[in-house]
Design a protein around this ligand. Sequence first.
Ligand code: NI
Length: 163
Amino acid sequence: MAIRKITEYPEAVLAAAGKPVEAFDDELKALCEDMFETMYDAEGVGLAAPQIGLNLRLFVMDCDGVKLVAANPEIILTEGEQSGQEGCLSVGKVPAVVTRPMKARLKAQDENGEWFETEAEGYAARAFMHETDHCNGKLFIDHLPKMRRDMVVKRFQKEKRWK
Ligand code: NI
């Protein structure tokens, strides 16, 4: 197991649509372990492959009691609306309020390639959508109006300079 380096905005891999996961082998299982370790080390609740520099449709999460590996994830159903604070390990955890659906149904493959569907609401549903977005080359700041997006980016860049 190893902690991987987290890629940060505006690295290109974060804006690229991921390639499908095709091999469900030991290498993938080791990668998922590294991703969990990297996520816990950074005190995050979700981590997608582009966030460690891999152009792959894969994420791990452990959020609000929902712990899973999702390969080739898709959000197949949403319902309602929630507004809440969101942040991202690739944007220095600078928080911003994002409006998203309240419930989401996720369809994905586990680390063995088995398809599954699962539903969540609130914070865990937010994580499903945030991490699936990463697999599609989208960041949470892409959901913000331009002025608020610019504010988050500025704050992130400023905090990075002081590290
Ligand atoms: Ni993120």
